[in-house]
Design a protein around this ligand. Structure first.
Ligand code: PEP
Ligand code: MG
Length: 914
């Protein structure tokens, strides 16, 4: 039978699946002997059962009773007692942290009787009544889903009637009266009394935490973070400790290193005389840990020891929540902390230097997504800038956008293609949609651990918090700084690394990491300057160290998709070990379009050949340039792929043009010459003839090579002659010819025979030896399913996963993403676009079959991928797993693929040894 409840003393940090992150870590801290308030965790399995059946499993009720009794016995207090009551908090905690997305109910166990007991225990009647009114308010909002404004307005009305402005000026009597008012609101809105029985409160709170797993905002967050909807949340029932019992109490959040830069040291916020989420909510501005030390050196000292203990134990940056109750420190939560991309790299190498982790582990601690964030440009510190205000640097980056004041506007404007910066006093979980849509987030309140900071950092969105000079008026849609009023739509620029906010646009410069990738470590370090030069230098060195290690351990080679000599150059500089896809269709655009038009419109074979001949020297020159850039490295040139009518004018445009000209000419008006009119008429006939209802499934790829005489031959000859020229010039060309969109081995045979004849002819004529492998793109399910036969003819396979995804799913790659993928993600059909991340079970299975059968037929078959997936971190891991030889991606993603290929190797190794 399932066990649904675990005391904190029973679990450990490796049970996140079952106990959620918070529960597993509370258990771990309990095991370490740190001061954790006693409690227990209800498993995610209980939540999953509840989600499928709609009711709490009956065994759960029994187990909760026993756990509560154990808790009562260990503390010598009981729930609902009116002398010395036990109060508990009921907290959500899923496997993956979802900051602020789910519910928490504090002070469960308070009722008309136990509030008296609390007053006695705390020796503070005011505190007891305040706690009770907070419970009713929180309970009303989360359990009964009552509009929170009703409680807020009642509180305001009470303050007004007593002539006070802050909550703390209300007396115990006032708060007692407010409790009655709040109970009335519950009665009116929910049709029932506020439950007096503590056990009923507890069960309702547990159910509502489970329910909060499925709120819109939680689902949106999960979709973005790619967390499965099926996991469910655990619930932690923790005995209450109070940070709001007076000046010797308080609550705080801290990090064992700076999560935004990675700098070693203690970072955190402390709020004296405060409870629960007050710090994270950013409602009052907080004190630093140094201030906390002044205030309470003993608790601070204990906290420092606990921080060090946790960091050594977890061997990583830890993020901690704590409370001090009358001078006694309590640890409420810890987890491996979220961090910015720069911090991730710096902390990983710091921990290597401190001998806490190995370089392999450091590689596992960073991601390709983080590396690509470090490659974004930064503000030019030499540019003239108008500083508006300075807040706290919460999540780095340089963002320029139009000011908006609410989440809905942010989403609307972003959907219309505008860059927006969301400016708010503070954010709350309902702002998530706007935060996702915005390029940057600014708040005037809150610290580095406020909701805005935590969420933005998690998403990698540039963020500045606590910019107190800003007076944000969301109703008037203005923000005022001194006497400068900024309205919605005005442009500001924010620097998430310094906390600076500038008026207007600010130019950006390339990132130091890009400079390192392009010009090497020495040049990059020599160019580092400005106030944070030391940190930047450490970052660049960390990236170099980890990337170099990735290169040393990875098995996958990384190639680039490059069509021009320029791209090839960049790819090579960024570490590409070859070109995996040189698309040749771009070589027929621009001025050359007329030449391909001549091929299409030729009236007889002689004209046709003459048109092709005119293209030959141009193509050859293209290939010479590329082969020169890639000297010594494999360069895979794909024969022309798109339908030829893509090189002709659009059918509708041309029809209209010809019709209008014809009509004008019938009236004797001639705006064009007779030849021009004649040419357009012939062109129109060709466009009509070649029109296809489904061009992606029509006359393209290898089919063109078979049907259009001489077209592939021209390209093959150009490749061969270019390679010969490079050899004569002393180079080492490694050209390869790739045939697109083959579905049948016969197609490959036809092209291969033709190619071999041409290669032999050119080799003989030029007096050189040519080794130009001929391979196939695997872009159609049939090609994958007949891989054994295809491998008999092809010397290499390159998976064209763009077309393979399109044809496996039957999704038009040009249409569906914009048309209905958001609906499909909302409805859970897909969690991420299969055009972005490989669909392992469908498209991936075809790849796996083709790899296995292709290799069985030809053991030395080279295998690569050149679809967009070649640069997608998650897909790179899949390609490593199935045993490809290389991935090929756009030049900009080459460093990311290098890093991920290294990570795939070390992760594979560590999971093998587990
Ligand atoms: C592919 O289909 O994956 C591919 C690389 O070819 P293209 O994107 O040019 O169709
Ligand atoms: Mg393709």
């Amino acid at each position: 039978m399932a066990k649904y409840v675990y005391d904190f003393s029973e679990g450990n940090k490796d049970q996140k699946d079952l106990l959620g992150g918070k529960g597993a870590n509370l258990a771990e801290m309990t095991r370490l002997g740190l001061p954790v308030p006693p409690g227990f965790t209800i498993t995610t399995e209980a939540c999953r059962t509840y989600m499928t059946t709609g009711v709490l499993p009956p065994e759960l009720r029994v187990e909760v009773t026993m756990a509560i009794r154990r808790l009562e016995d260990s503390l010598g207090r009981s729930l609902g007692d009116f002398h010395d009551p036990l109060l508990v908090s009921v907290r959500s905690g899923a496997k993956f942290s979802m900051p602020g997305m789910m519910e928490t109910v504090l002070n469960v166990g308070l009722n008309d009787a136990s509030v008296v007991g609390l007053a006695k225990f705390s020796d503070d009647e005011r505190f007891a009544w305040d706690s009770y009114r907070r419970l009713i308010q929180m309970f009303g909002k989360t359990v009964f889903e009552i509009n929170g404004d009703l409680f807020a307005h009642a509180l305001d009305a009470m303050k007004a009637s007593r002539g006070v402005t802050v909550d703390t000026d209300l007396t115990a009597g006032d708060l007692q009266e407010l409790v009655e008012t709040f109970k009335g609101i519950v009665r009116e809105q929910s049709g029932r009394e506020f439950p007096q029985h503590p056990r009923e409160q507890l069960d309702l709170a547990i159910t509502s935490v489970f329910d909060s797993w499925n709120t819109d905002r939680a689902r949106l967050y999960r979709r973005r973070e790619r967390i499965s909807d099926d996991l469910g949340t655990a619930v932690n029932v923790v005995s209450m400790v109070f940070g709001n019992l007076g000046p010797d109490s308080g609550t705080g959040v801290c990090f064992t290193r700076d999560p935004s830069t990675g700098k070693p040291g203690d970072y955190g916020d402390y709020l004296p005389n405060a409870q629960g989420e007050d710090v994270v909510a950013g409602i009052r501005n907080t004190l630093s840990l140094a201030d906390f030390e002044q205030l309470d050196p003993v608790s601070h000292g204990e906290l420092r020891l606990a921080m060090r203990r946790l960091e050594t134990h977890y061997r990583d940056l830890c993020d901690i929540e704590f409370t001090v109750e009358r001078g006694k420190l309590w640890m409420l939560q810890t987890r491996v902390g979220k961090r910015t991309a720069a911090a991730a790299f710096r902390i990983a190498t710091q921990l290597v230097d401190e001998h806490l982790i190995t370089l392999d582990e450091a590689l596992e601690r960073v991601t390709g997504a983080q590396l690509s964030k470090l490659m974004f440009p930064q503000f030019d510190s030499d540019a003239v800038r108008t500083l508006l205000a300075t807040g706290m640097a919460a999540s780095p980056g340089a963002a320029v956008g139009q000011v908006v004041f609410d989440s809905v506007t942010a989403q609307e404007w972003a959907a219309a293609g505008k860059d927006v910066i969301l400016v708010r006093r503070e954010t709350n979980p309902d702002d998530l949609g706007g935060m996702i849509a915005a390029v940057g987030v600014v708040t005037s309140r809150g610290g580095k651990t406020s909701h805005a900071a935590v969420v933005a950092r998690g998403m990698g969105t540039t963020c500045v918090v606590g910019a107190e000079q800003l007076d944000v008026d969301a109703t008037a849609r203005t923000v005022t700084v001194g006497d400068r009023v900024i309205s919605e739509g005005e442009t500001i620029a924010i620097d998430g690394s310094t906390g600076e906010i500038f008026l207007g646009d600010v130019p950006v410069v390339p990132s130091p990491v890009v400079q390192y990738l392009e010009e090497g470590l020495e040049v990059a370090l020599a160019n580092v300057h400005g106030a944070d030069a030391e940190e930047t230098a450490e970052l660049v060195k960390a990236v170099d160290r980890i990337l170099t290690h990735a290169d040393a351990v990875r098995r996958l080679r990384v190639h680039a998709n490059a069509d021009t000599a320029e791209d090839a150059h960049r790819a090579r500089v960024w570490g590409a070990q070859g070109i995996g896809l040189c698309r040749t269709e771009h070589m027929f655009l621009g001025e050359r379009r007329v030449l391909i038009e001549r091929v299409i419109l030729a009236r007889d074979p002689v004209e046709h050949q003459a048109a092709l001949d005119a293209l030959l020297p141009l193509q050859r020159a293209d290939f010479v340039d590329i082969l020169e850039q890639m000297d010594g490295l494999p360069t895979t040139i794909r024969l022309i792929d798109p339908p030829l009518h893509e090189f002709l004018p659009d059918l509708t445009d041309l029809s209209v043009k010809v019709a209008l000209a014809g009509e004008r000419r019938s009236r004797g008006v001639e705006e064009e010459t007779a030849e021009e009119f004649e040419r357009d008429t012939v062109l129109l006939a060709a466009v009509q003839r070649m029109h296809e209802a489904n061009p992606m499934l029509g006359l393209r790829g290898v089919r063109l090579g078979i049907v259009v005489p001489g077209l592939f031959a021209l390209q093959i000859r150009a490749v061969a002659e270019a390679a010969a020229q490079r050899i004569r010039d002393g180079g080492h060309p490694h050209a390869e010819i790739m045939i697109p969109l083959a579905a049948s081995v016969m197609e490959l045979h036809l092209i291969r025979d033709e190619a071999e004849a041409i290669l032999a002819e050119v080799a003989a004529a030029e007096g050189v030896e040519l080794h130009i492998p001929i391979g196939a793109m695997i872009e159609l399910p049939r090609a994958a399913l007949t891989a054994d036969r295809m491998a008999g003819v092809a010397e290499f396979f390159s998976f064209g996963t763009n077309d393979l995804t399109q044809t496996t799913w039957g999704f038009s790659r040009d249409d569906v993403e914009g048309a209905f993928f958001s609906e499909y993600t909302d409805r859970g059909v897909i969690s991420v676009s299969p055009f972005e991340t490989i669909d392992r079970s469908g498209v991936g299975r075809l790849v796996r079959i083709a790899v296995e059968e292709g290799r069985a037929a030809r053991p030395d078959l080279t295998l690569g991928v050149c679809g967009e997936h070649g640069g997608d971190p998650e897909s790179v891991h899949f390609f490593h797993e199935v045993g490809l030889d290389y991935v090929s991606c756009s030049p900009f993603r080459v460093p990311v693929a290098r890093l991920e290929a290294g990570r795939a190797t070390v992760e594979g190794a560590s999971s093998d040894s587990r």
